[in-house]
Write a protein that binds this ligand. Structure first.
Ligand SMILES: C[S@@+](CC[C@H](N)C(=O)[O-])C[C@H]1O[C@@H](n2cnc3c(N)ncnc32)[C@H](O)[C@@H]1O
Length: 235
């Protein structure tokens, strides 16, 4: 089994109905594709009934990142999306155990949920350790895509952050290659990477690849406007 599918092997039961109702949404792909308007907006008012800032983890697996961030920042809302259900069941159990009220999980194909996100609804989005390209014919299944960048340019509020991490040089190269499709996203200099995020990033994959001595490629993109989008020397 490919490593990208490891979460499906988890030995975990579905959450009881009360916890599922509180923390977990199941958004089937066909319905999302045909009728996105039938789903609640992926926004703080839509999912939490408040107007707190919202951050989205795309391919969240067992929720390491959003759970850590949600515990550290109770005034911010966090949503984790994954296409595989079992890791989300574990994430729900962990959210309930921690008594978190500012986190939700969505079982869905992330590539179909972007259209349910209102313009500028996100303060940050994370794509950490997405599965790499295995075969060329799987290119349209990649999370790092032109559509991701175009959608994040629309969904991030001004000054909002898109964080990408990968242990695959080719995934990182693909990200850089695609950047021209979203001129409203600007790469930030490594010395200004979010210190808070660096401290909290302790996901399963980060620890796993770091322990094996693999290089971790990282990019932060900021949602910029006007002259702020120019490279540092030209602003
Ligand atoms: C290698 S894991 C990384 C998990 C987590 N981001 C981390 O840093 O530990 C990749 C995750 O992306 C999920 N994934 C892959 N394609 C997806 C898609 N189209 N929509 C949502 N999740 C997806 C997989 O199920 C898996 O849980």
């Amino acid at each position: 089994m490919g490593r990208g599918r490891y979460p499906a092997r988890l030995n975990v039961a579905p959450p009881p109905p009360d916890l599922a109702a509180r923390y977990l949404h199941d958004w089937p792909g066909r319905a999302l594709y045909l009728h996105p308007e039938r789903f609640p907006p992926l926004s703080s008012p839509g999912l939490f009934g408040n107007t707190h800032p919202l951050e989205l983890d795309i391919g969240c697996a067992t929720g390491d990142l959003v759970l850590a961030l949600a515990a550290a920042h109770p005034e911010t809302n966090y949503v984790g999306v994954d296409i595989v259900a079992k890791p989300l069941w574990r994430a729900v159990a962990r959210a309930a155990h921690a008594g978190l009220s500012n986190v939700r999980f969505i079982h869905a194909d992330a590539r179909l949920i972007y259209r349910t996100v209102p313009d500028q609804a996100l303060r940050a989005a994370y794509v950490h350790f997405p599965a790499p390209l295995l075969r060329n014919r799987q290119r349209n299944q990649l999370l790092i895509s032109a559509d991701l960048l175009v959608q994040m340019e629309r969904c991030l509020a001004p000054g909002g952050l898109l964080s990408v991490m990968t242990d695959h040089a080719e995934v990182y190269a693909e990200l850089l290659n695609l950047l021209p499709v979203a001129p409203g996203l600007r790469l930030v200099e490594p010395h200004t990477w979010s210190a808070g995020l660096t401290a909290v990033v302790t996901s399963h994959y980060y620890r796993r690849w770091e322990a094996r001595g693999r290089q971790i490629w990282r990019a932060e993109l900021v949602r910029c406007e006007g002259s702020d989008c120019a490279p540092p020397g030209e602003r």
